[in-house]
Write a protein that binds this ligand. Sequence first.
Ligand code: NI
Length: 175
Amino acid sequence: MSLRPIIIVPDPVLKQIAQPIENITAEVKKQAEDMLDTMYEAPGIGLAANQVGCLNRIFVMDTAYRKNEEKTRKPIVMINPEIVWRSEEISVMEEGCLSIPQQYAEVERPKSVRVKYVDLSGEIKEHIGEDLESHCIQHELDHLNGVLFIDYLSRLKRNMILRKVEKMKKDGIIL
Ligand code: NI
């Protein structure tokens, strides 16, 4: 198992756009494996490349993780993900982010999405996510475009969260 440090706001890498992956090299496979280890260890239900300092389009998720034991994990690795359909129906859910530790806020997003992606074996796949999974897919895909969930909040709320994280860093609560 190999963990990578998770990058915390306001690091500029979190605001950058990740680039498409052209070849699924051994390095990309190792990155995906490390990202899954890092996500499960955190623990979290999703992690995008930017959050471990890589600027390529890959994220990992497992929304079943909180409920399940290690043996029933259902890790999904999405390379070059693209949302091809969004429901009109909206869902509001409290979101958090491993790069914005211990801060949560309600975010409004389409309740369901269909996402097209390439898996680790290079196969093109589609996946429909609903509710928590829909939020997770959109949240992680946002990361690859340099967007954070706090960007959907008012400036006041966003700054409050950023100040809290800054204080936690200063107090040594987070690295
Ligand atoms: Ni996040």
